[in-house]
Each structure stands twice: as C-alpha cells, then as structure tokens.
Design a binder for this molecule. Structure first.
Ligand code: KE4
Length: 424
C-alpha cells in the first residue's frame, strides 16, 4: 500500500506538532508504522492522502454513528455556518438541543453543554464534590474519563490505598484523593464505602468500558454503584461519552434501565463537532454557577454549528438504526469468532451493540488485569495486516471498534475475510 504522502506529512508534522498528532493514540505508537493522513471520509469509508480507501471502524473514536459526511448533517451545518460561527450568547438552538437531550435521557433533568468529554467528566466531578462537600473520588482501573488531573490516576500500591499519578505533572496530593478499584468488583466497592463512610463524593464509571477494550458490566455491578452511592450520600456518575447514544437513545443507562445521578456525554452528542454535555439530577446541577457556587464556564460551549450537528445527528437515532447496528455488530462478532476458530487463534470477541473488541487472550475479559494479558504482538500483526488490506481498525488493543449505520453487510463480510487472512 502506497504511503509516501502520509510518510512525508508525518515527517513534517513531527517537527511542529507533538509526535505529529493532536492526540496520542493517532500516532500509531502501539502498532508502529506511519499513520495514514486522512484527506476525506464518506459513509463507512476513509480516504487517505495517498488515495488509499479504508473501511473505517474507528469512526473518529465514536462520533460517526451515521457514517462520515452524512448529507443531512453536512447540509444542516453548512446552513448554520452562514449565520455566524459563535456568539457567546444564548440561542434558540441550544434550547431545542437541551430539550431533545433531556427527552432522550430521562435521568438528565438539567444540563450544561461543554466542548469535550474531558470537560464534561471534570465538571460533573466538580459539581458532585460541591454538592456533597466531600473530596474523595472513586474510579475503576482500565476506565478512561479524559485527561483532567484527578482522573490520570492509577491504583495505589496497596489494595485500599489512594491513587498515585498515572501521568507526569499530576500532583501526588491530587492523585491521593482518587481511589482506583478493579472494574466489576462489587466487593471492593462495598469495602471502599464501608472503610470510608461519608467521605466519598462520587463514583465515576464507564457503564460499558471502551477504554480497556469493550468490557461489559457483570450483573449487579452498575446497580451496586447506584445503590451504594445513594446509601452513603455520594453521587453516581455514568461517563457515557462513548456509550451515550451509541448503545441506545439513552446510552448504556437506557440499555440497562438505570438512572445515575449525573451523566457525561460527548462524541455522538456533537456528531463529530466539539460538543459534550454533563447533566443529571436537578438538585445537584442547581449547584452550578450562576445558580450555585460550583463554577464552570466555556467560550464555545453550545456554539451554534456544533449544536446544529448534534441536533441533526441525534434526531436520526431511531429504533430502526439501532436494529441495523445490532445486526451488523452480531454479523461482525460471529465472523471474527469463526475466523479465529478456523485459524486456531486464541481470540475473545466482546461486544455490546455496535462497539466491540477482539481480545487476543482467553476470555472472558472482566477487568484491566484480564485485558492486560492480551498477546500484544499478535494484535500488532492483526492490525497491520488489516490496514494493508484496507481495513482501518483502532490502533490499540485497549480500544473499542465502532460500526456505523452506513456500514453494509458487504463491508462486514469483507472485514471478516480480511481478518481471516490477518489471523493466519
Ligand atoms: P475527549 O476529551 O477526548 O472528548 O473525551 C474524553 C473521554 C471521556 N470519557 C470516555 C469514556 C472516553 O472514551 C473519552 C475519550 N475517548 C478516547 C478514545 N478511547 C478519545 C480518543 C483520543 O483520546 O484521541
């Protein structure tokens, strides 16, 4: 596959942009090689600067649920742009958008728009701390919630000790306020509340994890988070930046029939434009300035073109779309599983709806320790072979792949055939 133009661009990029990319995973460090520089995208396809065409399973890391450059979304945004890019003032569009989001996700009574998933989770945690007057945060190993300091924390050396920084630049004093527990470990969560009653401000969780690969919750895990928070007066926060609108019109909470206290949304919410949301219980969100003492602000929050892209995207999410995504997801899962069996390859495919991950390890994968056992080299060979065959797969074994409603059964079947070749 010709990669000259991308190679030259990568050289230039690395001289002026950190590692040549504006977000680390794009640098292909986990899989090696030159990342294709994408020129344009349409439907299920990406086209790079060398003219190569790919079937895309990254979907901009989740937003492209309708497929790329959906004509209706593009037309709506083009029209909005002619009215001006940003006013820094309230608009009717934001009201329409917030009314749509709160009608789709019933646990959200009051919300705020921000510009990234990081801002959404960071703000949700701040309002939970302001509402409870408490400082301690619980998160789970393998879950990623954006790059705010208190979320770049790994489990401390002892089981119950508080966190240690998981990135340079994060003060130890900040990390110590974050307790990191194993995902899907109800007992560890119960013990955390028993050992530290009345000090936990919030528990934040990816209700279906995408950031250690696709790891679903075991029965009772999400319910335990909500119940234990309620009992102790802590705030339950579902980080649905990835799962929101992906798994149902009400995200994972709709899929599982649950009501967290607060929710963070992003990615699909803006249809690929910089737009994210945090919101939930009215009594909690009423603490946010200027109603209450918890400050949060943003120059471009809720800007008209991003909100227009969000409205045009969310308004298309109906039962028929989710039925098609489920059918395509099941077809890909079955095809990958069958290809692995024929190749006698140890592969565990985990999927919820249109997000899935093939784990090169014996399953099931229930938590970070399980996911970390993956055969990394096997994944690297798999990824490289798929790319050479025109399949653009997430460049890390710790990511979820996404299917859009623009994917066809022929796309899926071609991907399965490429995977069978990649597994040889
Ligand atoms: P952003 O700040 O990147 O918009 O959102 C952060 C975030 C928060 N919560 C969850 C569950 C997320 O998955 C993310 C971001 N996801 C990654 C991919 N796993 C974005 C890709 C990237 O970092 O370049």
């Amino acid at each position: 596959m010709k990669r000259d133009v991308s190679g030259a661009l990568f050289e230039r990029a690395q001289r002026v942009i950190v590692a040549g990319v504006n977000s680390p995973v794009r640098a292909f460090r986990a899989v090696g090689g030159v990342p294709p520089f994408i020129a344009r995208a349409r439907g299920s396809r990406l086209f790079d600067e060398d003219g190569n065409e790919f079937i895309d399973y990254v979907g901009s890391w989740g937003p492209a649920i309708l497929g790329h450059a959906d004509p209706q979304v593009i037309a709506a945004v083009q029209s909005a742009l002619t009215n001006g890019l940003s006013f820094g003032a309230p608009t009717a569009l934001e009201v329409e958008f917030a009314e749509l989001v709160t009608s789709m996700v019933p646990s959200i009574e009051l919300m705020r728009c921000v510009s990234s998933g990081t801002e959404a989770t960071m703000s949700a945690i701040r309002v939970a701390r302001g509402f409870t007057g408490r400082d301690v945060l619980i998160k789970f190993e393998g879950c990623y919630h954006g790059h705010a300091d208190h979320l770049l924390v790994k489990a401390g050396s002892g089981a119950a000790t508080f966190g240690e920084p998981d990135s340079a630049g994060v003060p130890a004093s900040v990390a110590r306020l974050t307790l990191t527990l194993p995902y899907n470990d109800i007992g560890a969560l119960e013990r955390a509340f028993t050992d530290s009653p009345g000090v936990i401000a919030a528990v934040i969780v990816e209700p279906v994890v995408g950031n250690m690969g696709c790891v679903p919750p075991i029965a009772g895990f999400l319910e335990a988070i909500i119940a234990l928070c309620k009992r102790d007066g802590a705030v339950s926060i579902f980080d649905e930046v990835m799962t929101g609108f992906r798994l149902s019109r009400a995200g994972a909470q709709g899929h599982y029939g649950l009501h967290p206290d607060l929710t963070a949304l992003g990615k699909i919410a803006g249809g690929g434009m910089p737009l994210a949301i945090y919101g939930g219980r009215r009594d909690i969100m009423s603490k946010v300035a200027p109603l209450g003492p918890v400050y949060q602000a943003g120059t471009l929050s809720g800007n008209p073109s991003a909100v227009t892209a969000g409205l045009a995207t969310l308004s298309r999410l109906d039962a028929a779309l989710y039925a098609k995504l489920e059918s395509l997801g099941a077809r890909l899962e079955a095809g990958l599983t069958e290809a692995a069996a024929k190749a006698n390859a140890e592969l565990c495919v985990q999927r919820v709806g249109s997000m899935l991950t093939p784990f090169f390890t014996r399953g099931p994968v229930r938590n970070w320790n399980d996911s970390a056992k993956q055969d990394k080299e096997r994944f690297v060979r798999f990824h490289r072979s798929l790319l050479e065959q025109g399949i653009y797969w997430p460049a890390s074994q710790y990511e979820a792949a996404f299917i859009s409603v623009a994917h066809s059964e022929a796309d899926i079947d071609r991907t399965v055939a490429a995977a069978a070749e990649a597994l040889k």
